[in-house]
Ligand binder design. Structure first.
Ligand code: FAD
Length: 332
């Protein structure tokens, strides 16, 4: 393989029902940074049906060009047609780096594409950089149960492919003065490429909690002792106009729902304020929240590791401090 023939950074622009997923915009931000280091351009790859309007948005968020492939068979995500179109574009145009969001869709598509174009894939990255000397992509992700951060390279194959956790990278400000090119690509799909039939799409009716978008999170851990005590966090969250989240320990104990879990096997969050209540600060928890702008930790153990990442530490009983804070905020 002549790896020098591969140029440019690609981002898979994931859309659902015509709405771009936030992670794709975050990846465009990171993609720009990588591309500027390498002196190449950023390409967004947009697949779907009647999604042309989104192409311009991708340019506003940092793409130099958009490869647009539209087809009725790409309207709803289906593994085979998406894999076929994306893999063919990779083979024809030879990008150096390809980034996908580590969403349910990205986690399905990226490994298929990497197998079809015979390259490697690093899943669930939390950091990406360019090696100054070799110009290889440094792909960092938690390994060994989150106890180490492993940096993985793919020196002999191209493209270098990664899935990246939502919420880790920072999207650029939308800028309508950004210029770019939209290139329409044929899909060449045939009916035989659709090897599944989607009979019905059933949407979850439950209101979706999205802790990744919250600007304030009040997060609870085992220090709250039980499910009954855990509800004291609701009052503080209400005063701070925030959402309640928690550690894996409390999710496993059934005190809160799984979609509120912060950490390596939960969500990565970056709120303006993260209040950690009775959370020890295990490495797997820190991996999901340490990038928060301002961290307040309440813990009765002065040597709890959560204090190492906290901007403000309160040593004491969470069951007394949380109601006192709520009361003080009510009076303020
Ligand atoms: P504990 O570690 O038990 O800490 C409770 C804290 O509360 C202690 O620091 C204690 O001093 C304090 N405390 C007790 N009573 C009080 C009181 N009255 N007032 C004030 N403080 C008090 N964890 C996650 O959170 N997210 C993940 O995504 C995640 N993924 C994982 C993936 C793997 C592969 C593995 C192996 C583990 C993972 N974990 C994850 C689990 C993680 O290792 C910890 O076990 C977990 O984060 C601990 O949760 P905790 O801090 O609530 O509980």
């Amino acid at each position: 393989m002549d790896i020098n023939a591969y140029k440019g950074v690609w981002v898979f622009a994931e859309q659902r029902e015509g709405v771009l997923q936030k992670v794709s915009l975050e990846l465009l931000g990171k993609g720009r940074e990588l591309a500027e280091t390498l002196g190449v351009s950023v390409t967004a790859v947009l697949l779907g049906d009647q999604v042309k309007d989104l192409a311009q948005e991708l340019i506003y968020f940092g793409a130099d060009e958009v490869l647009l492939a539209e087809d009725a068979m790409l309207k709803l995500y289906s593994t085979e047609p998406y894999t076929k179109v994306f893999s063919r574009l990779v083979k024809e145009r030879k990008p150096e780096i390809v980034l996908f969001g580590a969403t349910a869709l990205g986690r399905d598509l990226a490994p298929r594409v990497s197998a079809r174009v015979h390259t490697g894939l690093t899943a669930d990255c939390t950091s990406l950089d360019i090696d100054e000397e070799t110009k290889n992509l440094l792909q960092t992700r938690p390994a060994f149960g989150g106890n180490i951060m492993a940096t993985i390279i793919c020196p002999d194959f191209r493209p270098q492919m990664s899935t990246v956790r939502p919420g880790v990278m920072i999207k650029l400000e939308r800028d309508e003065s950004r210029q770019g090119e939209i290139i329409t690509c044929p899909t060449d799909l045939e009916p035989a490429d659709m090897n599944v039939e989607i009979i019905e799409v059933v949407k979850e009716t439950k209101e979706k909690i999205n802790i990744e978008d919250a600007s304030v999170l009040v997060s609870g851990g085992r220090g709250l002792s039980n499910k009954e005590n855990f509800v004291i966090l609701d009052g503080l969250a209400k005063q701070l106009k925030g959402i309640v989240s928690g550690s894996r320990a409390v999710v496993d104990a059934g005190w809160i729902e799984r979609d509120r879990q912060v950490g390596q096997t939960g969500k990565t969050v970056r709120p303006g304020l993260y209040v950690a209540c009775g959370i020890s600060g295990a490495i797997q928890h820190l991996a999901g929240m340490e990038e928060s702008d301002y961290i307040v930790a309440i813990n009765k153990n002065a040597s709890a590791p959560i204090f190492d990442v906290a901007d403000l530490g309160i040593i004491g009983d969470v069951n007394k401090i949380v109601p006192a804070l709520e009361e003080a905020l009510k009076q303020a």
